[in-house]
Design a protein around this ligand. Structure first.
Ligand SMILES: *[C@@H]1O[C@H](CO)[C@@H](O)[C@H](O)[C@H]1NC(C)=O
Ligand SMILES: *[C@@H]1O[C@H](CO)[C@@H](O)[C@H](O)[C@H]1NC(C)=O
Ligand SMILES: *[C@@H]1O[C@H](CO)[C@@H](O)[C@H](O)[C@H]1NC(C)=O
Ligand SMILES: *[C@@H]1O[C@H](CO)[C@@H](O)[C@H](O)[C@H]1NC(C)=O
Length: 387
């Protein structure tokens, strides 16, 4: 109550000198009384009710500013090989490209999840890194179920999947996995690329329609039975992905080569995906994800060779549009999301920090173990062809 007048002094101050004065003073007095902290109540609730119950602004993909933006006017940060994790659950597998799993990544702000899908002998679609004997992250439908659960819990978030169809599974097989996981209901069917970027809905529009999962598959034949399973290269073009040195990140179109140049692809309404992860040569024959340089690779710096910030500025300048997707390894380093936030011009809200515990130094030591060398000696050719 320090510095505030007592009720008694207020009464004295407003002592009426006439009937008119009294009415006015009484009103003022009551108003002041209401505005004073009530010594008898822990938390007086004296504001008009509608002020308190006003709905909070909608927050889409971690920002109220993104709700009214079209999906194509947003840069979505992607985790490359997001199902393949180097953490305790995989014994810090040398084949992992991320330190945190896909749903931890979503909570941290990642909005594109990329993974490789293989087919087991019994027909199960399985998330495997290059070969199921090298790294097997379980059935696709189980992983999709976790993403579906995350989306159930985060009703104002739009998520994108990019699945590599390594064993040429059919669209029906993928559709069955999406239905089994209960995630098909979120499947979004975009406008034709020829309608241009502006034809895509806003995030708020996708959220209101309940269709807030964009799913690309490379490669698949489109089917009217599963219209939300999109052949990636009908919609998206990519920059080169097999980058071996930090000065190698460019902006040329790599796939699909049929689209011609990046400028051509953009004019046809295809969405740019910037591949921004590097491999390193362990020996002349063995290449592994370049974890030792990842603090530089994922850096928001716009001047450092190899940094994500510089790469996006280079391509944005050359293309005249921002990349719609960024794809990185070890997404939490850099942190890579700073570059996406800068491109989106947002101050993010509602993200969750990753749990602590992962040690990069320990992991790097593990790569160099004899076992790691043997594994990569056997599979190096396949690792090279890995997206
Ligand atoms: C993209 O969003 C920004 C920020 O709201 C806006 O200024 C810009 O005009 C939009 N661009 C297009 C092509 O819609
Ligand atoms: C990621 O890890 C958390 C915590 O261990 C777990 O609850 C979640 O299901 C995992 N998500 C995926 C996609 O594996
Ligand atoms: C920018 O991209 C072009 C086109 O791919 C490439 O030739 C050039 O080296 C890049 N510049 C920088 C600074 O990365
Ligand atoms: C990268 O940065 C993290 C902290 O963000 C640090 O713990 C780690 O040692 C760094 N790694 C390298 C190789 O410099």
């Amino acid at each position: 109550m320090l510095g505030l007048p007592s009720y008694h002094s207020l009464l004295t101050y407003f002592r009426p000198s006439s009937m008119t004065m009294m009415t006015a003073s009484l009103r003022n007095f009551l108003f002041l009384l209401l505005a004073l902290p009530n010594p008898g109540a822990a938390s007086p609730n004296l504001l008009p009710r509608q002020t308190i119950t006003n709905a909070a602004p909608q927050i889409c993909n971690n920002s109220p500013d993104l709700c009214s933006r079209t999906y194509t006017n947003i840069t979505h940060l992607g985790a490359h090989n997001s199902a393949f994790v180097r953490d305790a659950s995989t014994g810090n597998s040398i084949a992992g490209n991320q330190f945190y799993n896909a749903t931890v990544a979503l909570s941290a702000g990642v909005r594109l999840l990329q993974a490789q899908v293989h087919r087991l002998d019994d027909g199960t679609l399985e998330l495997c890194h290059t070969l199921c004997s090298l790294m097997d992250a379980g059935p696709l439908d189980k992983w999709l179920e976790k993403i579906r659960y995350w989306m159930d819990q985060h009703p104002d978030d739009v998520v994108t999947l990019l699945l590599v169809n390594s064993d040429d599974a059919s669209v029906e097989e993928f559709g069955a996995a999406f239905e089994k996981a209960g995630i098909a209901k979120y499947g979004f069917v975009p406008p034709s690329p020829s309608e241009g970027y502006a034809a895509w809905p806003t995030l708020a529009g996708m959220i209101a329609a309940g269709t807030r999962l964009v799913t690309y598959i490379a490669s698949i034949t489109a089917s009217s039975q599963y219209p939300y399973l999109l052949p990636e290269f009908d919609y998206v073009f990519e920059t080169p992905y097999n980058i071996l040195s930090l000065d190698g990140f460019g902006c040329d179109l790599d796939r699909p080569s049929s689209a011609g140049t990046a400028t051509n692809a953009i004019s046809k309404g295809m969405l740019p995906l910037l591949n921004h992860f590097a491999y390193t040569s362990l020996t002349s024959d063995i290449q592994i994800p370049d974890a030792s340089d990842v603090n530089t690779t994922n850096s928001p710096s716009t001047t450092t060779t190899g940094a994500l910030g510089l790469h996006v500025n280079n391509c944005t300048g050359l293309w005249g549009v921002k990349p719609v997707y960024l794809l990185v390894d070890f997404y939490n380093r850099g942190p890579s999301i700073d570059t996406a936030d800068r491109l989106n011009g947002i101050q993010p809200v509602g993200r969750e920090k990753e749990p602590s515990g992962s040690s990069a130094t320990a992991l790097w030591t593990r790569f160099l173990s004899a076992q790691g060398l043997v594994v990569f000696s056997v599979f190096w050719g396949l690792v090279l062809s890995d997206i």
